[in-house]
Design a protein around this ligand. Structure first.
Ligand code: HEC
Length: 82
């Protein structure tokens, strides 16, 4: 974590050791989901979450009112666009 926006190596931060990098990688790989789910098929319980899901996965024209199209840019890897 840098101490100032000057971001001077050795003064504002130091580079992590290989052991620290390995530990961070192990931590990041231990959290989160192991497999991607199909966002469009995901069953959500709350009405507002379902509205958000509809907006997020909407595929309409971005420039038209009511279309957010988030998923067209924010999709998981794997080529399904889900
Ligand atoms: C046209 C492509 C595009 C669309 C559509 C889009 N985004 Fe993004 N979004 C981006 C890009 C590119 C970034 C990264 C911007 C950056 O880092 O400067 C981003 C960043 C974000 C971030 C910040 C992520 C982070 O790690 O800080 C959030 C949250 C986000 N978008 C949510 C949404 C939501 C919600 C929608 C729909 C309402 C949406 N985006 C629609 C391209 C898009």
């Amino acid at each position: 974590m840098t101490k100032s926006l000057a971001r001077r190596n050795g003064a504002d931060f130091r580079m992590p050791s290989d052991e620290e990098l390995d530990s961070i990688a192990a931590y990041v790989l231990s959290i989160g989901r192991a497999e991607d789910f199909d966002l469009k098929k995901l069953k959500l319980h709350s009405g507002s979450a379902r509205r958000g899901q509809k907006l997020y996965t909407d595929t309409g024209m971005l420039g038209e009112p009511g279309h957010k199209n988030c998923n067209s840019c924010h999709f998981n890897g794997g080529g399904t666009g889900a």
